[in-house]
Design a protein around this ligand. Structure first.
Ligand code: BGC
Length: 536
């Protein structure tokens, strides 16, 4: 059986967009079950050992499931609890782990806790959320902003108080200061652990702890509306996030997970809060068994495509880890432009080779393995609340959430009716059925990389070291396990570039369909522009 230490990749499924079996234009749990053989178990499967499924809970869908109204159920559009239990059983029988999304910072405003909390100051749930009087001058208690635009405070006429919502007003923040809230949320973890889920991806954790004095956030001196389209960046969020108790709360969640066998918890975060935060995280992980909580790295999403920058970024992260840590590398997700759109398809192939030859567990965002790109969404088809609230600035997340492209039939084989978001125009060229037939396709590149992770011990168990021969054009690193070593070279330039091969001279894999695999005669190789190779 696969353990979290030897999972080849964690595959993120955005359930609304994976596969619709009940004909409502929205994906469902039965669709995931139907497609498990695509992921593992057959000769033409991709080779995935674990899934992370974005929220499927009951929800008014204001933020597409990240506004949970019942943490212990399944939204009827996705199926029901029996379907989910069947998914766990079928996945486990195929040796696939199931990680689910856990949304600790906020509930939906329709959650019974909030309905009770809002009913008045006397409610037993009043302090389960964050209520404050207006500021002495009137208006919101402080200047904190909502990630999705505007103030983070919503006025409640009935009680004359404001409640805090770091995201939408329909996503009120839970009060993690309350021991009852923390107990209830840890119970939610136990509910799913008892059902057999293998892990959690914890959403937006940096918001769960706030400044205990609720001080104003300072103005960001570097912000300019001319260079930055996101109004949230007008402030530095030093007080509205990363409160002193953050790691205490994350520690409690980790402890709950630790009482079950081979379960993993990962905490969503991005590096924009600076190196000091990374250090705090690393200090936190050091206190926890590496098999329970794994450090996540989404830095690459925002790094420029540059051999020097990416080498620095990965090198720093690797250097901060303990040897036993499971580094989780995410190169894309449902909140960010797709890899092949941020770059282009050639560069995306190189990045796939990089991601799948790094230590730890890579997260493959559904569709990236077939080279899916962002789909431009006409204004009347926009779904994402972020785009609706801050329109026309390129902040919307619909483009990277479009239906999975299975084949070249109607709606790319995703649904029998018009899907909730449009399908990519090039889905007749980039789809699973077609790419499974083409050995040079994206699909086969990912499949070969995943197979190599399964068969070549250094790729999954080896330590990491940057090669001294790295240049501003070529990033090279070594992975060594016992007496076996592989070298990875990534030519991140647009020129044909020579690399010295040292002892590794057997090409296992290349992103360049023209490159022959097998032994190399000379001491050097010329890498094509944006070619990545693994040599043994
Ligand atoms: C999720 C987003 C979501 C937000 C609020 C994030 O970090 O990934 O999709 O909108 O948290 O829950």
């Amino acid at each position: 059986m696969t353990t979290w230490q030897n999972v080849r990749a964690l595959y993120q499924i955005y359930p609304r967009s994976f596969r619709d079996t009940n004909g409502d234009g929205i994906g469902d749990i039965n669709g995931i079950i139907e497609k498990l053989p695509y992921l593992k178990g057959k000769d033409d499967s991709l080779g995935i050992d674990a899934l992370w499924i974005s929220p499927f809970y009951p929800s008014p869908m204001r933020d597409f499931g990240y506004d949970v109204s019942d943490y212990r159920g399944v939204h009827q559009m996705f199926g029901n609890l029996d379907d989910f239990e069947r998914l766990i059983d079928v996945a486990h029988a195929a040796d696939i782990k199931i990680m689910i999304d856990f949304v600790p910072n906020h509930t939906s405003d329709e959650h019974e806790w909030f309905v009770s909390s809002r009913s008045g100051k006397e409610s037993v749930h009043r302090d389960w959320y964050i209520w404050r009087d207006p500021s002495p001058a009137g208006g919101p208690p402080n200047n904190w902003l909502s990630v999705f635009g505007g103030s983070a405070w919503q006025y409640d006429e009935e009680s004359g108080q404001y409640y805090l919502h770091s995201f939408l007003a329909e996503q009120p923040d839970l009060n993690w200061e309350s021991p009852l809230v923390r107990a209830a949320m840890n119970d939610v973890l136990r509910f799913w652990l008892d059902k057999g889920v293998d892990g959690f991806r914890c959403d937006a954790v940096r918001w769960i702890a706030k400044d205990d004095q609720f001080r104003d956030d300072p103005v960001n001196p570097d912000y300019s509306t001319e260079t930055d389209s996101d109004p949230y960046h007008a402030l530095l969020h030093t007080h509205s996030r990363y409160g002193n108790k953050l790691f205490e709360y994350l520690g409690e969640l980790s402890e709950t997970v630790a009482s079950y066998e081979d379960r993993l918890i990962i905490f969503e975060d991005y590096p924009d809060a600076g190196p000091e935060r990374m250090k705090q995280y690393m200090d936190f992980y050091r206190k926890i068994d590496a098999s329970i909580a794994a450090p996540i790295n989404y830095d690459i999403i925002h790094e420029p495509y540059s051999a020097t920058e990416i080498r620095r970024c990965i090198g720093n992260f690797q250097a901060a880890l303990r040897p036993e840590d499971i580094a989780i590398y995410g190169f894309g997700n449902h909140d960010n432009s797709r890899l092949a759109s941020r770059l282009d398809r050639k560069r995306a192939r190189l990045m796939a080779l990089l991601q799948l030859s790094l230590p730890g567990v890579p997260i493959v965002y559904y569709g990236d393995e077939i080279g899916m790109i962002d789909v431009s969404i006409p204004p009347d088809a926009v779904q994402d609340p972020f785009e609706k609230r801050v329109p026309g600035k390129g902040l919307g997340r619909d483009p990277e959430r479009t239906p999975m492209q299975w084949d070249d039939s109607f709606a790319a084989g995703f649904s029998r009716i018009e899907p909730w978001l449009p399908v990519a125009e090039d889905s007749d060229l980039y789809n699973v059925a077609r790419e499974q037939e083409d050995v040079d396709s994206f699909f086969h590149l990912y499949k070969k990389l995943l197979a190599a992770r399964g068969s070549c011990a250094p790729l999954i168990k080896g330590n990491y070291s940057t090669l001294d021969s790295s240049t501003s054009a070529v990033y090279g690193f070594a992975r060594t396990y016992e007496n076996e070593t592989v070298h990875v070279f990534l030519n991140m330039s647009s020129e044909l570039t020579k690399v010295a091969l040292d002892d590794c001279k057997d090409v296992i894999l290349s992103t360049n369909p023209e490159r022959a695999t097998g032994a190399v005669a000379g001491e050097t190789l010329h890498l094509a522009p944006h070619e990545g190779i693994i040599v043994r």
